[in-house]
Design a protein around this ligand. Structure first.
Ligand code: ATP
Ligand code: MG
Length: 418
């Protein structure tokens, strides 16, 4: 992709009312634009990043046995009355259809849609366990939407629901899901600061689990056990007298954090109001046991921004970076430099390395370097008269301070090794 064609071309300052670091960086770098509090457009660079994150999550959820579907955002009032959440959820967006005069909700989550959906197909024990997931925009009337894309009023979520014949089967499925969640956060570059966190399981389960990533930008407080690396959220810490549920250690470290995902044993919380059952091997109807597993994609992207950025800008891990390589033409417009940069970009793309090629003639070198750091692609390749006369191009990783000259015909090989 040629940077001269990239929308938006000009970088802009973040709006004055934008207080969070993630939104400031992402707006300045042209990844997102703010429409109103908690509502953002994903511009081409931002959408590429979001899609890369989506692909990592899809890959892990498919490996967990899930099948992808897509449910609607518009929900009928009745489904939400059946669970009592029409009245009990204070952040539910509700409105009345002008023509039909029926009341509707904009989906904040999908238990009220998936439970009656699965019921329609009269599943038997042979169909279970079943895992269904989607990537879908959720709507919640969040009161404090001040954290950029960490807390949207409209936001993309992966929500996964599992269906089981027994609690034992759910337990097994749930444990396996933890591994895939760990893989997701590791592949997104924040595995080392993301802790499995014990949270309340409500009235029907002892614990649920949150995945909390440590960052000053977080609105949550967790207590991390330095011995086994699990954590407790505030509610559980208060109940447990601040002792680790795994090893009993009482020296826990208090940290600010953001919940990037969570997993929950719903058991029959939603199957029972919808009368969702399965047929067992004796032909009897039994209540379906359920689990649910969420991840906010925008929140995860915002957490990566907050956690991995430095004073010069963002630092995307290769797997979720909008482009992997950033080829910069530096110096006066010069045919040799242009030609070499162009050839490299074509070669990289052909080898499956997404490349942003800064081909702009009207931008000074200093500005190109500063923008490259701000956007934060993992591999920066500078092509200039100077690098060509020293025998090649300069490769600098975003995580390192010094670059090194590499022969032009070896650079692809070098990057593939990274
Ligand atoms: P929080 O306590 O931060 O409001 P929640 O408990 O309401 O989160 P869930 O309802 O469990 O979150 O949603 C599942 C996942 O969706 C969360 O783990 C988080 O990653 C994401 N998420 C929740 N609310 C938002 C939001 N307003 N904006 C972006 N992502 C969100
Ligand atoms: Mg919430």
């Amino acid at each position: 992709m040629k940077q001269s064609k990239l929308f938006p071309r000009a970088r802009k300052e973040a709006p004055k009312d934008e207080v969070s670091k993630n939104a400031q960086l992402l707006i300045r770098a042209g990844f997102i634009d703010k429409l109103m509090a908690g509502v953002y457009t994903y511009l081409p660079l931002g959408l590429r990043t979001l899609k890369k994150i989506e692909n990592v999550i899809r890959d892990e959820m498919t490996k967990a046995g899930g099948q992808e579907l897509l449910m609607p955002s518009l929900h009928p009032k009745e489904n939400w009355q059946i669970t009592g959440r029409w009245d009990s959820l204070d952040d539910l967006f509700k409105f009345t259809s002008f023509y039909s005069e029926t009341e509707l909700a904009l989906g904040p989550t999908h238990e009220e849609v998936i439970s009656p959906l699965v019921k329609k197909f009269n599943l038997s024990y042979k169909d279970l366990p079943l895992g269904l997931f989607q990537f879908q925009n959720k709507f919640r009337d969040e009161k404090r939407a001040k954290s950029g894309i960490l807390r949207g009023r409209e936001f993309l979520m992966k929500d996964y629901y599992s269906f089981h014949t027994s609690e034992e089967d759910l337990d097994k499925y749930y444990e396996n899901m933890k591994t895939h969640y760990e893989n997701i956060f590791a592949r997104c570059g924040i595995g080392n600061v993301t802790h499995l966190t014990f949270a309340s399981g409500g009235s029907f389960s002892k614990y649920s689990h949150e995945y909390q990533a440590i960052t000053e930008a977080g609105e949550d407080i967790i207590y991390v056990c330095p011995k086994c690396s699990v954590a407790l959220n505030r509610e559980i810490a208060d109940d447990n007298g601040k002792a680790c549920p795994e090893c009993g250690n009482k020296n826990l470290e208090e940290k600010k954090s953001v919940e990037v995902g969570n997993i929950f044993k719903l058991k029959d919380k939603y199957s029972s109001p919808f009368n969702l059952k399965f047929t067992n091997d004796k032909g009897e109807d039994k209540p379906m046991i359920m689990g649910c597993y969420g991840i906010g994609l925008g929140r995860l992207m915002g957490a990566i921004t907050e956690i991995l950025s430095d004073e010069n800008g963002m630092r995307w891990p290769a797997e979720v970076a909008p482009f992997k390589a950033h080829v910069l033409e530096i110096g006066k417009t010069n045919d040799d430099v242009k030609k070499a940069a162009e050839e490299l970009s074509v070669k990289f793309e052909a080898a499956g390395i997404d490349t942003l090629h800064d081909d702009r003639d009207d931008v000074r070198a200093g500005e190109k370097f500063a923008e490259a750091d701000l956007i934060g692609l993992p591999y920066r390749i500078v092509v200039s008269d100077k690098t060509l006369s020293s025998g090649g191009v300069e490769l600098k990783l975003r995580n390192e301070t010094a670059g090194k000259i590499i022969k032009t015909n070896e650079i692809l090989n070098e990057i593939q090794k990274l």
